[in-house]
Design a protein. Structure first.
Length: 136
C-alpha cells in the first residue's frame, strides 16, 4: 500500500477507533457514576442547566473517556502508520484536543476539570499511545 495513503488511513482509523472508545465509555458512564437526578445525559441543554449540581466524581468518567479514547486512537494510528508513527499519533491527539476545546466552550464545566482535561487527556495520552506501540 502507498505509504501516504496508509498514513492517512492511520489517522482516520485512529480517530474512528478513539471515538468509539470515547463514546463507549460515555454511554456506560452513567451506570458507573450516576448523574444528578433529572439530568438527561444526551441533552446538552440539560447538562448546561444542571452542571452546578455535578460533584467531582461526575467528571471522572468524562475524563477517562477523553483520555482513553485519545490513548487508544493514538495507539491505533501509530500501529497502522507506514512512517512517522509519533507524529501521526500526536496528530490524532491534536485533533481530539480540538474537540475538547469545543466542548469546553459549549459546556460550562468547572475550571479545574477543563484544565485537567485539556492539559492531560489529549497530547500526553497521544504521546503515551505512540510510546506504548513502540514503533520506530
Amino acid at each position: 500500500m502507498n505509504p501516504i495513503l496508509r498514513n492517512i488511513l492511520a489517522v482516520v482509523g485512529g480517530l474512528i477507533i478513539g471515538s468509539v472508545v470515547n463514546m463507549g465509555i460515555v454511554t456506560f458512564s452513567d451506570s458507573v457514576v450516576p448523574l444528578p437526578e433529572g439530568v438527561i445525559p444526551g441533552d446538552m441543554e440539560s447538562l448546561k442547566a444542571n452542571m452546578h449540581r455535578f460533584r467531582p466524581i461526575n467528571f471522572v468518567m468524562p475524563f477517562l473517556a477523553h483520555a482513553l479514547g485519545t490513548l487508544v486512537g493514538a495507539m491505533a494510528a501509530a500501529a497502522i502508520a507506514a512512517s512517522h508513527p509519533m507524529k501521526l499519533a500526536l496528530l490524532v491527539g491534536f485533533l481530539f484536543s480540538i474537540g475538547g476545546v469545543m466542548m469546553v466552550m459549549a459546556l460550562p464545566s468547572p475550571f479545574w476539570f477543563n484544565a485537567l482535561d485539556l492539559i492531560v487527556a489529549y497530547i500526553p495520552m497521544a504521546w503515551l499511545g505512540a510510546k506504548l506501540v513502540g514503533k520506530k
